[in-house]
Each structure stands twice: as C-alpha cells, then as structure tokens.
Write a new protein. Structure first.
Length: 123
C-alpha cells in the first residue's frame, strides 16, 4: 500500500475543523477580554478592594485547578467515563442556559396575569 501524499489542496473536513477551532478561540478571547475590561467597573459598583477583585478574577482558575485532577481520574476509568462526561456537560450547560435566559428574558413582553393572579393583592 502506497503512502498517501499531500496534494496541497485542503479538504472540506479539514477546513471545517480549522474554522471551528478558530471560532472557539475567537469567542474565548472575546469573553476573556470582556471580563478583564469589566473588572474595574465591577470593583467600583460593588465597592470591592483590589484583593477581593483579584480573588474574584482567580476563582475560576483555582476551582478548575482543584477539580481537574479528580475529574481526569474519574474520566479515565472505563465504566465511569460516559457519566462523567455527561455530568460535566450538564454542569456546564445548565448555568450557561440560565444566564442566557436571564439576559434574553428582558426583551420578552411581561406575562399576562391570569384572572386569579391579577388581583392577588386585593384579597
């Protein structure tokens, strides 16, 4: 069997993977840059000291460092790999969905109260 020689033309699958990786990197840089730019505003609004802001900024890194080893050991096991991956996905997706819903819901019209809820303060 002859080895396959690269012809110099990118394939559609390779281009798609590269585009997806670049999109993920762009989103990561935008999120990180926005967080760093917002820290002075957060400090001012919440009246935090510089030490508290530093702890706030480092909390995700510290938590990730503490959880990385146990989750890696758990995911390396044969039977527990799938539940660990699915559980980690749910742990990530649920707060992300809730945060997105909270920011999206301000553009939704307020719900109409039902007849029993409309005058709850009168009873």
């Amino acid at each position: 069997m002859k080895p396959r020689i690269w012809t110099g033309r990118p394939t559609l699958a390779g281009t798609s993977v590269l585009a997806a990786a670049l999109a993920v990197e762009l989103i990561d840089e935008l999120v990180d840059g926005t967080k760093d730019a917002a820290l002075p505003l957060i400090r001012h609004d919440l009246a935090l000291t510089y030490g508290q802001v530093g702890l706030l900024a480092s909390a995700p890194l510290l938590l990730g460092s503490l959880l990385e080893l146990p989750v890696g050991v758990l995911a390396g096991q044969g039977r527990t790999r799938r539940p660990a991956i699915l559980g980690g996905g749910l742990v990530f997706i649920r707060p992300s969905w809730a945060a997105g819903w909270c920011s999206f819901s301000r553009w939704l019209p307020p719900p109409r109260p039902s007849r029993s809820q409309a005058c709850w303060w009168r009873s």
